[in-house]
Design a protein around this ligand. Structure first.
Ligand code: CP
Ligand code: NVA
Length: 325
């Protein structure tokens, strides 16, 4: 049966850590210039209803590095739901490809693509969620030993798709996740309710960014106006003005706190140059890890035997090491 990656729903802590371990492996192979091409002969359609730089570039390059072919399709060509129905697109692309990566406005469209397609579908961002981003973000913290129980992540800004995916992840991995946002811009209450069932995590919504960053290990920023909300730009600029990550806010966090931003950044709005270019910023490692984490995800979905072999070999090695002291 095919698997999709539309959200963190149905993912266990073990699933996430297994992806991190495989991401580590792919990152090392890349650093050593080792060729690893389990996707030879396979192709992935990439459908974009919204603009993208990182997501498109990291999937396209990553799939190429894995020996596959990535086919970007913009909505000007495809016309999702206008030139052709969502289900016809899913059916058609399933006949040519081995997976479909899709960025759409409505989350329901990605869900429908996944329901109809006979190939794995990956959510490359919807208005509701951005799980690929948060997978790479969490991996970035994991490799810097900043993920786990007791780690406080302060998201400053809009309760948007990225925040929602972070909260979904808090439902799986233990963390203290706090978002500071203006009233009316909270994350999805249903996502908060589901994630709050994980008693090992604390999820909070507060109004004061200084409350959020107190004792925080990670400060996270995203644009105040997401793609599709451009008509609200001026209004949001006013409303969110105190939700800027600047030197003063950063100073109120832990001394060794790191700063993340999913990018693109609107410098001078949600984050200052001084902070994003400063020594505590890890935004470029974060952006680079989109490549490694998504490669791991794509191998898991398209070549599960390869992925499972990696983990089996790893378990056998650990067992042998333990047996021989
Ligand atoms: N962070 C992110 O998804 O960037 P793009 O919108 O450029 O893909
Ligand atoms: N919240 C932003 C994320 C961009 C990667 C948006 O949806 O535009």
């Amino acid at each position: 049966m095919k698997s999709d990656f539309l959200s963190f729903e149905n993912h266990s802590r073990e699933d996430v850590y297994a992806l991190f371990a495989f991401t580590d492996y792919l990152k090392i192979l890349r650093a050593r210039n080792k060729i690893y091409q389990p996707l030879q002969g396979k192709s992935v359609a990439m459908l974009f209803e919204k603009p993208s730089l990182r997501t498109r570039a990291s999937f396209e390059v990553g799939i190429h590095q894995l020996g596959g072919y990535a086919m970007p399709l913009s909505n000007e060509t495809v016309g999702i739901g206008t030139r052709e129905s969502v289900s016809d697109i899913a059916n058609l692309l399933s006949r040519y490809n081995d997976a479909l990566v899709a960025r759409t406005f409505s989350h329901a469209v990605v869900e429908e693509l996944a329901k109809v397609a006979t190939i794995p579908v990956v959510n490359a961002l919807t208005d509701r969620l951005h799980p690929c981003q948060v997978l790479a973000d969490a991996y970035t913290l994991y490799e810097k030993n900043k993920l786990g129980e007791g780690v406080k992540i302060a998201f400053i800004g809009d309760g948007n798709n990225v925040a929602n995916s972070w909260i979904e992840l808090a439902g799986i991995l233990p963390m203290h996740f706090v978002i500071a946002c203006p009233e009316g811009y909270d994350p999805d209450p249903n996502i908060v309710a589901v994630a709050s069932a994980n008693r090992e995590s604390t999820i909070e919504v507060v109004r004061d960014p200084f409350d959020a960053v107190r004792n925080a290990d990670v400060l996270y920023s995203d644009v105040w106006t997401s793609m599709g909300q451009e008509s609200e730009y001026e209004k949001r600029l006013q409303l969110f003005s105190r939700y800027q990550i600047n030197a003063k806010l950063l100073h109120a966090a832990k001394e060794d706190a790191v700063v993340m931003h999913c990018l693109p950044a609107h410098r001078g709005e949600e984050i200052t140059d001084e902070v994003i270019d400063g020594s505590q910023s890890i935004v470029w490692d974060e952006a680079e890890n989109r490549l490694h984490a998504q490669k791991a995800l794509i191998v898991k979905l398209l070549s599960p035997a390869e992925y499972n072999d990696f983990h089996l070999t790893r378990r056998l090695k650990t067992a042998a090491q333990n047996a021989h002291g």
